[in-house]
Design a protein around this ligand. Structure first.
Ligand code: FMN
Length: 387
């Protein structure tokens, strides 16, 4: 994959940060602890988060021998577009809290790399402020507003800002408790207590960036909240604006959005044909990285049955930590794989060029493992699993 970093800089980064774990460890040192807890925590005792990892590790391949020399083709086409890698950036709320200006940095990285970038409804930037950085593959993730006028306005704004694909997230019917996050002292919006300020003081790059870009807040939600109620705080606004959608709501969205519509947070096979009937363009299998429900099956466990239940394209996320995990999901029938936290580790570790380095790690890791498996292309992965 053609990465725009100079060769020597790229080699240097690979010797310093050969894998996602190296990015994670450095990011953890450069991000204040309460922010790290927001990024890294799941809900309950984090069994679902652990299960995502454990079940990915159980997916094994049969290595191939005597297949000769080849350079694997990592490219794919998805929803009518060609991509250099079957990889994109998942939406993260308050992304700009995790690393200053993260939304615009990630949108710009998506543009450079030719990969999809998803902007969350509860990001610290609005569709308009991200628009100048956005490439061809901007996906807008919607937490569904209750108010029909706000709903329509959000769709129009996303479209006008250049987001061609709409993602409806359906695995947050209620707020989750995220006890570890509460323990860290993080509130919504963040209020800088002396305890939190002491953590900020140990992370100068984060602190300076945050000073430069302003205190992170949910700008899009704030704008609507101010107009609707005069509230300037996101404390209540999020729940005032977002609802738990039903099938009728989905139909309304389908009728009012003329681009690709994706539904994110699907784990049950029986929902797949219904989504297909509702006119959805792709299904996004995800358990929100274990942040919503601590008795959930892992995303990778859900994938085979959903693959069998629908011919719709499938997106996979939750717990992907390297190229090998991407191959695992593709081999089980996913068409595209998204990563959320890993792209934020990359920003936290290296800054603006971090996502490019992460994409390079993923590409190299995919290629090395495809060499072991004897898979010349993504299509070859399907028959390579150990059964
Ligand atoms: C800090 C954080 C915030 C998130 N915010 C959102 C969000 O606003 N909307 C959404 O659809 N998913 C959200 N997610 C879930 C991600 O989009 C994605 O499904 C998940 O992070 C993928 O797992 P990974 O981080 O292991 O790659 C969030 C995840 C994290 C870690």
């Amino acid at each position: 994959m053609a990465i725009k970093l100079s060769h020597s800089r790229a080699m240097n980064l690979h010797s310093q940060y050969p894998g996602v774990l190296d990015l994670k460890l450095r990011a953890q040192r450069r991000i204040p602890h309460f922010v790290w807890e927001y990024l890294d925590s799941a809900t309950g005792q984090e069994h679902t988060k652990d299960r995502n990892r454990a079940k990915l590790d159980e997916i094994l391949f049969a290595p191939s021998i005597l297949h000769g020399e080849f350079e694997p083709d990592l490219s794919t086409s998805f929803l009518g577009h060609a991509f250099p890698l079957p990889v994109g950036i998942s939406p993260l709320g308050m992304s700009g809290l995790i690393w200053p200006d993260a939304e615009r940095l990630l949108a710009a990285a998506g543009k450079r790399l030719g990969l999809p970038y998803s902007l969350s409804t509860v990001a610290t930037q609005t569709p308009e402020t991200v628009a100048p950085c956005l490439g061809e593959h901007g996906w807008f993730q919607m937490y569904p507003p209750r108010d029909p006028e706000i709903r329509m306005d959000m769709l129009n704004r996303a479209k006008a800002a250049g987001f061609r694909t709409l993602v409806l997230t359906v695995d947050v019917p209620v707020a989750s408790r995220r006890e570890r996050q509460v323990r860290s002292g993080l509130t919504t919006p963040p209020s800088l207590t002396p305890r939190l300020l002491a953590q900020v003081a140990t992370c100068p790059a984060w602190a300076l960036g945050t000073l430069r870009h302003g205190m992170p807040r949910m700008r899009l939600i704030d704008e609507y909240a101010e107009n609707l109620t005069g509230l300037s705080s996101t404390a209540h606004a999020g729940y005032l604006l977002r609802t738990s959608p039903d099938w009728e709501y989905l139909q309304w969205l389908r009728d009012n959005w003329d681009g690709p519509l994706l539904v994110k947070g699907v784990l049950r096979a029986e929902d797949a044909p219904k989504l297909e009937q509702a006119g959805v363009d792709a299904i996004w299998i995800s358990n929100h990285a274990g942040r919503q429900f601590d008795a959930s099956l892992s995303s990778i466990e859900a994938l085979p049955a959903i693959r069998a239940a629908t011919s719709l394209p499938l997106i996979f996320d939750s717990g992907v930590e390297g190229g090998l995990d991407i191959l695992r999901a593709l081999a089980l029938g996913a068409d595209f794989v998204m990563l959320g936290r890993a792209f934020h580790y990359a920003l936290g570790a290296i800054g603006a060029q971090g996502p490019d380095h992460l994409a390079d790690i993923l590409a190299k890791d995919m290629a090395a493992n495809m060499g072991q498996i004897g898979a010349r292309s993504i299509a070859d992965l399907k028959g390579a699993l150990l059964t």
